[in-house]
Design a protein around this ligand. Structure first.
Ligand code: SF4
Ligand code: SF4
Ligand code: SF4
Ligand code: FES
Length: 527
Protein backbone atom coordinates (compact mmCIF):
# COMPACT_ATOMS: atom_id res chain seq x y z
CA UNK A 1 0.00 0.00 0.00
CA UNK A 2 2.09 2.99 -1.17
CA UNK A 3 1.98 6.00 1.10
CA UNK A 4 2.95 9.39 -0.36
CA UNK A 5 2.15 13.13 -0.48
CA UNK A 6 -0.11 15.04 -2.84
CA UNK A 7 -0.09 18.81 -2.37
CA UNK A 8 1.44 18.24 1.09
CA UNK A 9 -1.34 15.89 2.16
CA UNK A 10 -0.60 12.28 2.97
CA UNK A 11 -2.49 9.56 1.13
CA UNK A 12 -2.34 5.78 0.95
CA UNK A 13 -3.86 3.72 -1.87
CA UNK A 14 -3.86 0.07 -2.93
CA UNK A 15 -0.90 -1.15 -5.01
CA UNK A 16 -1.43 -0.38 -8.72
CA UNK A 17 -3.76 2.57 -8.18
CA UNK A 18 -2.98 5.68 -10.18
CA UNK A 19 -1.96 9.10 -8.87
CA UNK A 20 -5.26 10.40 -10.27
CA UNK A 21 -7.23 7.91 -8.17
CA UNK A 22 -5.23 8.90 -5.08
CA UNK A 23 -5.84 12.61 -5.73
CA UNK A 24 -9.55 11.99 -6.08
CA UNK A 25 -9.51 10.14 -2.76
CA UNK A 26 -8.30 13.42 -1.22
CA UNK A 27 -10.88 15.44 -3.17
CA UNK A 28 -8.15 17.07 -5.28
CA UNK A 29 -9.33 17.89 -8.81
CA UNK A 30 -6.99 17.10 -11.70
CA UNK A 31 -8.15 18.01 -15.21
CA UNK A 32 -8.57 15.13 -17.67
CA UNK A 33 -9.81 14.85 -21.22
CA UNK A 34 -8.94 11.36 -22.49
CA UNK A 35 -9.62 9.52 -19.23
CA UNK A 36 -12.97 8.03 -18.34
CA UNK A 37 -13.57 5.99 -15.24
CA UNK A 38 -14.31 2.35 -15.92
CA UNK A 39 -13.09 2.37 -19.52
CA UNK A 40 -9.41 1.53 -19.16
CA UNK A 41 -6.52 3.90 -19.66
CA UNK A 42 -5.26 5.51 -22.83
CA UNK A 43 -2.70 8.28 -22.35
CA UNK A 44 -3.14 10.88 -25.08
CA UNK A 45 -4.16 14.35 -23.97
CA UNK A 46 -1.46 14.89 -21.30
CA UNK A 47 -3.68 17.37 -19.50
CA UNK A 48 -3.58 15.35 -16.30
CA UNK A 49 0.16 15.88 -15.73
CA UNK A 50 1.42 16.39 -12.18
CA UNK A 51 4.95 16.97 -10.90
CA UNK A 52 6.86 14.46 -8.79
CA UNK A 53 9.30 16.55 -6.74
CA UNK A 54 11.41 13.48 -5.89
CA UNK A 55 12.19 12.45 -9.48
CA UNK A 56 11.65 15.97 -10.87
CA UNK A 57 9.43 14.53 -13.58
CA UNK A 58 6.06 15.42 -14.98
CA UNK A 59 3.80 12.35 -14.98
CA UNK A 60 0.40 11.65 -16.58
CA UNK A 61 -1.59 11.07 -13.41
CA UNK A 62 -4.30 9.00 -15.14
CA UNK A 63 -1.84 6.21 -15.89
CA UNK A 64 1.20 6.75 -13.61
CA UNK A 65 0.92 4.35 -10.65
CA UNK A 66 1.24 5.75 -7.17
CA UNK A 67 4.56 4.84 -5.49
CA UNK A 68 5.64 5.12 -1.88
CA UNK A 69 7.56 8.30 -1.01
CA UNK A 70 6.43 10.35 -3.99
CA UNK A 71 5.96 14.09 -3.41
CA UNK A 72 3.33 15.13 -5.94
CA UNK A 73 2.32 18.68 -6.79
CA UNK A 74 -0.80 19.19 -8.86
CA UNK A 75 -0.74 22.96 -9.32
CA UNK A 76 2.94 24.01 -9.60
CA UNK A 77 4.07 26.41 -12.32
CA UNK A 78 5.67 23.66 -14.46
CA UNK A 79 2.41 21.68 -14.22
CA UNK A 80 0.34 24.66 -15.31
CA UNK A 81 2.71 25.38 -18.17
CA UNK A 82 2.64 21.76 -19.34
CA UNK A 83 -1.16 21.77 -19.25
CA UNK A 84 -1.26 25.01 -21.25
CA UNK A 85 1.07 23.44 -23.83
CA UNK A 86 -1.09 20.32 -23.99
CA UNK A 87 -4.21 22.42 -24.59
CA UNK A 88 -2.38 24.55 -27.16
CA UNK A 89 -1.39 21.42 -29.11
CA UNK A 90 -4.95 20.12 -29.12
CA UNK A 91 -6.33 23.49 -30.19
CA UNK A 92 -3.73 23.94 -32.91
CA UNK A 93 -5.40 21.07 -34.76
CA UNK A 94 -8.90 22.17 -33.88
CA UNK A 95 -11.29 23.16 -36.69
CA UNK A 96 -14.52 24.54 -35.32
CA UNK A 97 -16.37 27.68 -34.29
CA UNK A 98 -17.63 27.69 -30.70
CA UNK A 99 -20.11 30.44 -31.59
CA UNK A 100 -21.79 31.04 -34.92
CA UNK A 101 -20.94 34.16 -36.96
CA UNK A 102 -24.49 35.50 -36.35
CA UNK A 103 -24.07 35.29 -32.55
CA UNK A 104 -20.66 36.95 -32.69
CA UNK A 105 -22.13 39.83 -34.73
CA UNK A 106 -25.19 40.23 -32.49
CA UNK A 107 -24.64 43.04 -29.94
CA UNK A 108 -26.66 40.96 -27.46
CA UNK A 109 -24.77 37.71 -28.30
CA UNK A 110 -28.04 35.79 -28.60
CA UNK A 111 -27.60 32.05 -29.15
CA UNK A 112 -29.33 32.41 -32.52
CA UNK A 113 -28.66 28.90 -33.92
CA UNK A 114 -30.06 27.25 -30.78
CA UNK A 115 -33.19 29.43 -30.97
CA UNK A 116 -33.50 28.52 -34.66
CA UNK A 117 -33.21 24.78 -33.91
CA UNK A 118 -35.94 25.20 -31.31
CA UNK A 119 -38.15 27.05 -33.81
CA UNK A 120 -37.55 24.36 -36.42
CA UNK A 121 -38.76 21.76 -33.93
CA UNK A 122 -41.89 23.84 -33.33
CA UNK A 123 -40.73 24.92 -29.85
CA UNK A 124 -41.37 28.67 -30.07
CA UNK A 125 -41.55 28.97 -26.26
CA UNK A 126 -38.14 27.39 -25.81
CA UNK A 127 -36.75 29.68 -28.51
CA UNK A 128 -38.13 32.71 -26.66
CA UNK A 129 -36.48 31.56 -23.43
CA UNK A 130 -33.18 31.16 -25.27
CA UNK A 131 -33.44 34.68 -26.68
CA UNK A 132 -34.44 36.20 -23.34
CA UNK A 133 -31.37 34.79 -21.66
CA UNK A 134 -29.44 37.47 -23.60
CA UNK A 135 -32.04 40.03 -24.69
CA UNK A 136 -34.70 41.08 -22.19
CA UNK A 137 -37.16 42.51 -24.73
CA UNK A 138 -37.14 40.46 -27.94
CA UNK A 139 -40.28 42.02 -29.47
CA UNK A 140 -38.73 45.49 -29.18
CA UNK A 141 -35.35 44.23 -30.35
CA UNK A 142 -36.77 42.69 -33.52
CA UNK A 143 -38.19 46.12 -34.44
CA UNK A 144 -35.19 48.31 -33.69
CA UNK A 145 -32.18 46.20 -34.59
CA UNK A 146 -30.35 46.78 -37.87
CA UNK A 147 -29.63 43.01 -37.96
CA UNK A 148 -25.83 42.85 -38.10
CA UNK A 149 -26.37 39.09 -37.51
CA UNK A 150 -27.90 38.78 -40.97
CA UNK A 151 -24.97 40.57 -42.60
CA UNK A 152 -22.67 38.04 -40.90
CA UNK A 153 -24.88 35.00 -41.56
CA UNK A 154 -22.91 32.21 -43.27
CA UNK A 155 -25.91 31.16 -45.33
CA UNK A 156 -25.42 34.46 -47.20
CA UNK A 157 -22.30 32.93 -48.75
CA UNK A 158 -24.48 30.27 -50.36
CA UNK A 159 -27.58 32.25 -51.39
CA UNK A 160 -29.18 34.70 -48.93
CA UNK A 161 -28.90 35.08 -45.14
CA UNK A 162 -31.40 33.39 -42.84
CA UNK A 163 -34.15 35.91 -41.93
CA UNK A 164 -32.96 35.97 -38.31
CA UNK A 165 -34.80 39.14 -37.28
CA UNK A 166 -38.14 37.85 -38.56
CA UNK A 167 -37.53 34.54 -36.78
CA UNK A 168 -36.74 36.30 -33.48
CA UNK A 169 -39.85 38.48 -33.99
CA UNK A 170 -41.90 35.33 -34.55
CA UNK A 171 -40.68 33.80 -31.27
CA UNK A 172 -41.52 37.04 -29.44
CA UNK A 173 -44.99 37.24 -31.02
CA UNK A 174 -45.67 33.61 -30.14
CA UNK A 175 -44.86 34.55 -26.52
CA UNK A 176 -47.50 37.34 -26.62
CA UNK A 177 -50.14 34.85 -27.66
CA UNK A 178 -49.59 32.77 -24.55
CA UNK A 179 -52.26 33.32 -21.89
CA UNK A 180 -49.60 33.65 -19.24
CA UNK A 181 -46.46 35.38 -20.50
CA UNK A 182 -43.09 33.79 -19.84
CA UNK A 183 -41.62 34.81 -16.49
CA UNK A 184 -38.02 33.62 -16.11
CA UNK A 185 -36.99 31.65 -13.03
CA UNK A 186 -35.82 33.66 -9.99
CA UNK A 187 -33.01 33.04 -7.52
CA UNK A 188 -34.00 33.27 -3.86
CA UNK A 189 -34.27 36.87 -2.60
CA UNK A 190 -30.92 38.31 -1.54
CA UNK A 191 -32.38 41.19 0.48
CA UNK A 192 -30.25 43.62 -1.58
CA UNK A 193 -31.80 46.72 -3.09
CA UNK A 194 -30.81 48.40 -6.33
CA UNK A 195 -31.93 51.85 -7.53
CA UNK A 196 -31.94 52.34 -11.28
CA UNK A 197 -32.08 55.91 -12.56
CA UNK A 198 -33.74 56.14 -15.95
CA UNK A 199 -36.44 53.82 -17.29
CA UNK A 200 -35.02 53.57 -20.81
CA UNK A 201 -33.85 50.32 -22.39
CA UNK A 202 -30.62 50.08 -20.37
CA UNK A 203 -32.40 50.58 -17.05
CA UNK A 204 -35.30 48.28 -17.89
CA UNK A 205 -32.96 45.53 -19.11
CA UNK A 206 -30.76 45.83 -16.02
CA UNK A 207 -33.86 45.34 -13.83
CA UNK A 208 -34.95 42.28 -15.86
CA UNK A 209 -31.71 40.46 -15.04
CA UNK A 210 -31.20 41.81 -11.50
CA UNK A 211 -34.69 40.69 -10.46
CA UNK A 212 -33.92 37.17 -11.69
CA UNK A 213 -30.78 37.19 -9.56
CA UNK A 214 -32.90 37.84 -6.47
CA UNK A 215 -32.26 41.57 -5.97
CA UNK A 216 -35.09 44.05 -5.58
CA UNK A 217 -35.12 46.95 -8.04
CA UNK A 218 -36.65 50.43 -7.95
CA UNK A 219 -36.65 52.52 -11.12
CA UNK A 220 -36.61 56.35 -10.94
CA UNK A 221 -37.92 58.07 -14.05
CA UNK A 222 -38.80 61.71 -14.56
CA UNK A 223 -41.36 61.04 -17.30
CA UNK A 224 -44.86 59.70 -16.88
CA UNK A 225 -44.26 56.40 -18.70
CA UNK A 226 -41.29 54.03 -18.81
CA UNK A 227 -39.58 53.31 -22.12
CA UNK A 228 -37.36 56.37 -22.66
CA UNK A 229 -36.33 56.91 -26.29
CA UNK A 230 -38.35 53.85 -27.31
CA UNK A 231 -41.58 55.61 -26.41
CA UNK A 232 -40.62 59.20 -26.97
CA UNK A 233 -38.08 58.94 -29.79
CA UNK A 234 -39.22 56.12 -32.14
CA UNK A 235 -42.31 56.42 -34.33
CA UNK A 236 -45.34 54.41 -33.23
CA UNK A 237 -45.37 52.92 -36.75
CA UNK A 238 -41.91 51.40 -36.37
CA UNK A 239 -42.48 50.38 -32.77
CA UNK A 240 -46.11 50.19 -31.60
CA UNK A 241 -46.47 51.32 -27.97
CA UNK A 242 -48.52 48.19 -27.31
CA UNK A 243 -45.31 46.16 -27.80
CA UNK A 244 -43.43 48.33 -25.30
CA UNK A 245 -46.31 48.10 -22.83
CA UNK A 246 -46.46 44.32 -23.14
CA UNK A 247 -42.75 43.83 -22.46
CA UNK A 248 -42.87 46.30 -19.54
CA UNK A 249 -45.92 44.55 -18.06
CA UNK A 250 -43.79 41.40 -17.78
CA UNK A 251 -41.19 43.39 -15.87
CA UNK A 252 -43.91 44.76 -13.58
CA UNK A 253 -45.18 41.28 -12.85
CA UNK A 254 -41.60 40.30 -12.00
CA UNK A 255 -41.72 42.87 -9.21
CA UNK A 256 -39.92 46.00 -10.41
CA UNK A 257 -41.07 49.10 -8.51
CA UNK A 258 -41.55 52.20 -10.67
CA UNK A 259 -41.07 55.67 -9.24
CA UNK A 260 -42.45 57.69 -12.11
CA UNK A 261 -42.25 61.48 -12.39
CA UNK A 262 -39.38 61.50 -9.91
CA UNK A 263 -36.52 63.49 -11.28
CA UNK A 264 -33.23 62.73 -9.62
CA UNK A 265 -31.49 65.96 -8.69
CA UNK A 266 -34.80 67.87 -8.45
CA UNK A 267 -37.24 65.63 -6.56
CA UNK A 268 -34.65 63.48 -4.86
CA UNK A 269 -30.91 64.13 -4.52
CA UNK A 270 -28.57 61.58 -6.07
CA UNK A 271 -26.63 61.37 -2.81
CA UNK A 272 -29.75 60.34 -0.93
CA UNK A 273 -30.32 57.50 -3.41
CA UNK A 274 -26.70 56.40 -3.09
CA UNK A 275 -27.08 56.34 0.71
CA UNK A 276 -30.37 54.42 0.67
CA UNK A 277 -29.59 51.50 -1.67
CA UNK A 278 -27.00 48.74 -1.83
CA UNK A 279 -26.20 49.69 -5.43
CA UNK A 280 -27.22 52.42 -7.89
CA UNK A 281 -27.22 52.26 -11.69
CA UNK A 282 -27.36 55.57 -13.55
CA UNK A 283 -28.65 55.06 -17.08
CA UNK A 284 -30.54 58.33 -17.59
CA UNK A 285 -30.38 59.14 -21.26
CA UNK A 286 -31.88 61.46 -23.82
CA UNK A 287 -35.46 60.99 -22.61
CA UNK A 288 -34.33 62.15 -19.21
CA UNK A 289 -31.91 64.76 -20.49
CA UNK A 290 -32.14 67.04 -17.52
CA UNK A 291 -31.57 64.20 -15.14
CA UNK A 292 -28.62 63.09 -17.22
CA UNK A 293 -27.18 66.60 -17.16
CA UNK A 294 -27.70 66.92 -13.44
CA UNK A 295 -26.32 63.51 -12.94
CA UNK A 296 -23.26 64.11 -15.04
CA UNK A 297 -22.75 67.48 -13.37
CA UNK A 298 -22.87 65.84 -10.01
CA UNK A 299 -20.65 63.11 -11.37
CA UNK A 300 -18.07 65.47 -12.81
CA UNK A 301 -18.27 67.69 -9.69
CA UNK A 302 -17.18 64.67 -7.77
CA UNK A 303 -14.64 63.64 -10.41
CA UNK A 304 -16.29 60.29 -11.05
CA UNK A 305 -14.66 57.88 -13.46
CA UNK A 306 -16.57 54.92 -14.89
CA UNK A 307 -14.92 51.73 -16.19
CA UNK A 308 -16.18 50.84 -19.66
CA UNK A 309 -15.52 47.14 -19.00
CA UNK A 310 -17.27 46.75 -15.68
CA UNK A 311 -19.55 49.83 -15.76
CA UNK A 312 -18.42 50.49 -12.20
CA UNK A 313 -17.98 54.11 -11.14
CA UNK A 314 -15.35 55.39 -8.78
CA UNK A 315 -18.02 55.96 -6.08
CA UNK A 316 -18.58 52.76 -4.14
CA UNK A 317 -21.78 50.99 -5.24
CA UNK A 318 -22.45 53.28 -8.22
CA UNK A 319 -22.57 52.04 -11.82
CA UNK A 320 -23.33 53.80 -15.11
CA UNK A 321 -24.66 52.37 -18.38
CA UNK A 322 -26.55 53.38 -21.52
CA UNK A 323 -26.50 57.05 -22.41
CA UNK A 324 -25.14 58.04 -19.01
CA UNK A 325 -21.97 56.19 -20.06
CA UNK A 326 -22.03 56.70 -23.84
CA UNK A 327 -24.16 59.66 -24.93
CA UNK A 328 -24.37 58.23 -28.49
CA UNK A 329 -25.36 54.78 -27.28
CA UNK A 330 -27.82 53.14 -29.71
CA UNK A 331 -30.98 51.47 -28.43
CA UNK A 332 -29.62 47.99 -29.08
CA UNK A 333 -26.36 48.86 -27.33
CA UNK A 334 -28.39 50.23 -24.40
CA UNK A 335 -30.20 46.91 -24.09
CA UNK A 336 -26.84 45.10 -24.15
CA UNK A 337 -25.45 47.51 -21.51
CA UNK A 338 -28.44 46.72 -19.28
CA UNK A 339 -27.58 43.02 -19.14
CA UNK A 340 -23.85 43.62 -18.74
CA UNK A 341 -24.26 46.16 -15.92
CA UNK A 342 -26.62 43.75 -14.14
CA UNK A 343 -23.83 41.14 -14.14
CA UNK A 344 -21.38 43.69 -12.66
CA UNK A 345 -23.83 44.82 -9.99
CA UNK A 346 -24.51 41.20 -9.05
CA UNK A 347 -20.76 40.57 -8.67
CA UNK A 348 -20.50 43.70 -6.52
CA UNK A 349 -23.45 42.73 -4.32
CA UNK A 350 -21.94 39.27 -3.77
CA UNK A 351 -18.63 40.81 -2.74
CA UNK A 352 -16.87 39.35 -5.78
CA UNK A 353 -14.35 41.06 -8.00
CA UNK A 354 -16.32 43.26 -10.42
CA UNK A 355 -15.23 42.21 -13.91
CA UNK A 356 -18.52 42.37 -15.81
CA UNK A 357 -19.34 39.75 -18.43
CA UNK A 358 -16.64 37.10 -18.51
CA UNK A 359 -14.56 36.95 -21.69
CA UNK A 360 -15.09 33.49 -23.12
CA UNK A 361 -12.66 31.33 -25.06
CA UNK A 362 -13.61 31.06 -28.69
CA UNK A 363 -12.25 28.72 -31.33
CA UNK A 364 -12.51 30.24 -34.83
CA UNK A 365 -12.59 28.50 -38.17
CA UNK A 366 -11.69 31.79 -39.83
CA UNK A 367 -12.19 32.32 -43.54
CA UNK A 368 -13.91 29.36 -45.22
CA UNK A 369 -11.98 27.39 -47.83
CA UNK A 370 -13.33 26.33 -51.21
CA UNK A 371 -15.65 23.39 -50.82
CA UNK A 372 -16.49 24.02 -47.16
CA UNK A 373 -19.90 25.65 -47.65
CA UNK A 374 -21.34 22.36 -48.99
CA UNK A 375 -20.22 20.72 -45.71
CA UNK A 376 -22.36 23.24 -43.78
CA UNK A 377 -25.22 22.82 -46.25
CA UNK A 378 -25.47 19.12 -45.28
CA UNK A 379 -27.68 20.14 -42.36
CA UNK A 380 -29.73 22.76 -44.18
CA UNK A 381 -32.61 22.79 -46.62
CA UNK A 382 -31.57 23.92 -50.06
CA UNK A 383 -34.40 26.32 -50.86
CA UNK A 384 -34.40 30.12 -51.16
CA UNK A 385 -35.36 32.51 -48.35
CA UNK A 386 -38.97 32.63 -47.15
CA UNK A 387 -41.04 35.80 -47.48
CA UNK A 388 -43.84 36.39 -44.97
CA UNK A 389 -47.10 36.19 -46.94
CA UNK A 390 -48.65 38.79 -44.58
CA UNK A 391 -45.81 41.26 -45.16
CA UNK A 392 -42.66 42.01 -43.17
CA UNK A 393 -44.47 44.06 -40.52
CA UNK A 394 -46.77 41.13 -39.68
CA UNK A 395 -43.94 38.64 -39.73
CA UNK A 396 -43.84 34.91 -40.26
CA UNK A 397 -46.64 32.44 -39.70
CA UNK A 398 -45.69 29.28 -37.78
CA UNK A 399 -45.28 27.32 -41.01
CA UNK A 400 -43.15 30.05 -42.56
CA UNK A 401 -40.96 30.33 -39.47
CA UNK A 402 -40.35 26.58 -39.40
CA UNK A 403 -39.58 26.60 -43.10
CA UNK A 404 -37.11 29.48 -42.81
CA UNK A 405 -35.50 27.88 -39.74
CA UNK A 406 -34.73 24.89 -41.95
CA UNK A 407 -32.27 27.07 -43.92
CA UNK A 408 -29.89 27.55 -40.97
CA UNK A 409 -26.47 25.88 -41.34
CA UNK A 410 -25.98 25.43 -37.57
CA UNK A 411 -22.57 27.06 -37.64
CA UNK A 412 -22.23 26.99 -33.85
CA UNK A 413 -20.86 24.19 -31.74
CA UNK A 414 -23.72 22.37 -30.03
CA UNK A 415 -21.52 21.64 -27.04
CA UNK A 416 -20.26 25.20 -26.48
CA UNK A 417 -21.62 25.26 -22.93
CA UNK A 418 -20.37 21.82 -21.95
CA UNK A 419 -17.18 21.33 -24.00
CA UNK A 420 -14.38 20.42 -21.62
CA UNK A 421 -11.67 21.50 -24.03
CA UNK A 422 -13.18 24.99 -24.08
CA UNK A 423 -13.69 24.98 -20.31
CA UNK A 424 -10.03 24.09 -19.66
CA UNK A 425 -8.81 26.60 -22.27
CA UNK A 426 -10.66 29.26 -20.26
CA UNK A 427 -9.39 27.97 -16.92
CA UNK A 428 -5.76 27.87 -18.08
CA UNK A 429 -5.94 31.15 -20.01
CA UNK A 430 -5.14 29.60 -23.39
CA UNK A 431 -6.03 32.18 -26.02
CA UNK A 432 -6.37 31.55 -29.70
CA UNK A 433 -3.36 33.72 -30.50
CA UNK A 434 -1.13 31.27 -28.57
CA UNK A 435 -1.78 28.37 -30.89
CA UNK A 436 -2.95 29.70 -34.25
CA UNK A 437 -0.74 29.73 -37.33
CA UNK A 438 -0.16 27.25 -40.12
CA UNK A 439 -2.65 25.56 -42.32
CA UNK A 440 -5.87 24.41 -40.67
CA UNK A 441 -7.66 21.20 -41.47
CA UNK A 442 -10.59 21.28 -43.85
CA UNK A 443 -13.95 21.56 -42.07
CA UNK A 444 -16.13 18.49 -42.38
CA UNK A 445 -19.56 17.54 -41.06
CA UNK A 446 -20.66 13.93 -41.09
CA UNK A 447 -24.40 13.35 -41.02
CA UNK A 448 -24.94 9.60 -41.15
CA UNK A 449 -27.01 9.04 -38.04
CA UNK A 450 -30.55 10.20 -37.29
CA UNK A 451 -29.51 11.83 -33.98
CA UNK A 452 -25.79 12.55 -34.23
CA UNK A 453 -23.56 15.10 -35.93
CA UNK A 454 -19.87 14.14 -36.18
CA UNK A 455 -17.38 16.94 -36.81
CA UNK A 456 -13.92 15.35 -37.15
CA UNK A 457 -12.15 18.73 -36.91
CA UNK A 458 -13.26 19.00 -33.26
CA UNK A 459 -12.04 15.50 -32.34
CA UNK A 460 -9.08 15.34 -29.96
CA UNK A 461 -8.56 11.61 -30.59
CA UNK A 462 -9.10 10.75 -26.97
CA UNK A 463 -10.54 7.38 -27.96
CA UNK A 464 -13.35 7.53 -25.39
CA UNK A 465 -16.02 6.88 -28.02
CA UNK A 466 -14.04 3.88 -29.31
CA UNK A 467 -13.96 2.39 -25.82
CA UNK A 468 -17.65 3.20 -25.20
CA UNK A 469 -18.67 1.32 -28.35
CA UNK A 470 -16.51 -1.63 -27.23
CA UNK A 471 -18.03 -1.49 -23.77
CA UNK A 472 -21.54 -1.47 -25.23
CA UNK A 473 -20.74 -4.49 -27.40
CA UNK A 474 -21.53 -2.68 -30.65
CA UNK A 475 -21.40 -4.98 -33.69
CA UNK A 476 -19.18 -2.53 -35.62
CA UNK A 477 -18.37 0.27 -33.19
CA UNK A 478 -15.79 2.98 -33.80
CA UNK A 479 -12.08 2.56 -34.49
CA UNK A 480 -9.04 4.74 -35.10
CA UNK A 481 -8.18 4.95 -38.79
CA UNK A 482 -5.09 6.48 -40.44
CA UNK A 483 -1.85 7.51 -38.75
CA UNK A 484 -0.17 10.58 -37.27
CA UNK A 485 -1.67 13.88 -38.43
CA UNK A 486 -4.33 11.98 -40.42
CA UNK A 487 -5.47 9.81 -37.51
CA UNK A 488 -9.21 10.00 -37.06
CA UNK A 489 -12.19 8.17 -35.67
CA UNK A 490 -14.00 6.07 -38.23
CA UNK A 491 -16.29 3.12 -38.79
CA UNK A 492 -14.81 -0.26 -39.82
CA UNK A 493 -15.18 -1.07 -43.53
CA UNK A 494 -16.04 2.59 -44.14
CA UNK A 495 -19.57 1.79 -43.05
CA UNK A 496 -22.03 4.43 -41.83
CA UNK A 497 -22.06 6.02 -38.38
CA UNK A 498 -25.62 4.76 -37.94
CA UNK A 499 -24.27 1.19 -38.13
CA UNK A 500 -21.44 1.91 -35.67
CA UNK A 501 -23.67 3.50 -33.06
CA UNK A 502 -26.71 1.24 -33.05
CA UNK A 503 -27.10 1.33 -29.28
CA UNK A 504 -24.38 3.63 -27.94
CA UNK A 505 -25.06 6.94 -29.72
CA UNK A 506 -26.37 8.78 -26.65
CA UNK A 507 -23.59 7.50 -24.39
CA UNK A 508 -20.90 8.38 -26.97
CA UNK A 509 -22.24 11.93 -27.44
CA UNK A 510 -22.38 12.51 -23.70
CA UNK A 511 -18.94 11.02 -23.12
CA UNK A 512 -17.20 12.91 -25.93
CA UNK A 513 -15.36 15.73 -24.14
CA UNK A 514 -15.69 18.13 -27.09
CA UNK A 515 -18.29 18.97 -29.71
CA UNK A 516 -16.92 16.35 -32.11
CA UNK A 517 -19.96 14.17 -31.41
CA UNK A 518 -23.17 16.06 -30.69
CA UNK A 519 -26.91 15.63 -30.93
CA UNK A 520 -28.55 17.26 -33.93
CA UNK A 521 -31.78 18.02 -32.06
CA UNK A 522 -32.44 20.15 -29.02
CA UNK A 523 -34.14 17.52 -26.84
CA UNK A 524 -30.82 15.74 -26.45
CA UNK A 525 -28.68 18.83 -26.84
CA UNK A 526 -26.07 19.34 -24.17
CA UNK A 527 -26.14 23.13 -23.78
S1 SF4 B 1 -26.60 29.94 -40.99
FE1 SF4 B 1 -27.63 29.89 -38.98
S2 SF4 B 1 -25.99 29.61 -37.46
FE2 SF4 B 1 -25.02 30.17 -39.41
S3 SF4 B 1 -24.71 32.36 -39.25
FE3 SF4 B 1 -26.69 32.05 -40.30
S4 SF4 B 1 -28.26 32.01 -38.69
FE4 SF4 B 1 -26.26 31.80 -37.71
S1 SF4 C 1 -15.52 21.49 -29.53
FE1 SF4 C 1 -15.29 22.93 -27.83
S2 SF4 C 1 -13.61 24.26 -28.44
FE2 SF4 C 1 -14.29 23.16 -30.26
S3 SF4 C 1 -15.78 24.50 -31.24
FE3 SF4 C 1 -16.92 23.16 -29.86
S4 SF4 C 1 -17.09 24.30 -27.94
FE4 SF4 C 1 -15.47 25.25 -29.15
S1 SF4 D 1 -15.12 11.80 -31.25
FE1 SF4 D 1 -14.34 10.21 -29.88
S2 SF4 D 1 -12.15 10.40 -30.00
FE2 SF4 D 1 -12.99 12.28 -30.81
S3 SF4 D 1 -13.08 13.67 -29.08
FE3 SF4 D 1 -15.06 12.67 -29.17
S4 SF4 D 1 -14.90 10.89 -27.84
FE4 SF4 D 1 -12.81 11.62 -28.24
S1 FES E 1 -3.43 11.70 -20.53
FE1 FES E 1 -4.37 11.58 -18.59
S2 FES E 1 -6.35 12.37 -18.92
FE2 FES E 1 -5.45 12.45 -20.86
Amino acid sequence: MPRFLIDNREVQVRQGKTILAAARKLGIEIPTLCHMDGLGHFTSCMLCVVEDKVSNRLLPSCTAPAAGGMIIETGSDPVKEARRDALGLLLKEHTGDCKAPCTLACPMHIDIPLAIRQLKEGKADAALHTIKRSAAFPAILSRICSAPCESACRRGKYDSPVAICLLMGFAAAAGFENKSPYIPPFESPTGKTVAVIGAGLAGLSACYYLLQLGHSCRLYEQREMPGGTLRYGVSERSLPHSLIDHEIEILTSMGVQFQMKRKVGRDIPLNEIIRSYDAVIITAGEGARECAINTSLEMSDQGIVVSHNSYQASIDGVFAAGKALQPRCTLVKAMAHGRAVAVSVHQYLRGEEVIGLRKRFHSHIGRLKDGEIPEFMKEAEDYPGTLPAAGDSHGFSKREAEREAGRCLHCDCRKKESCRLKGYAEEYGVHERFFRGGERKRYEKIIQHSDVVYEPGKCIKCGICVRVTEDEGERLGLIFVGRGYDLRIGVPFQDLLSKALEKSAGRCVRACPTGALSFNHTHGEVI
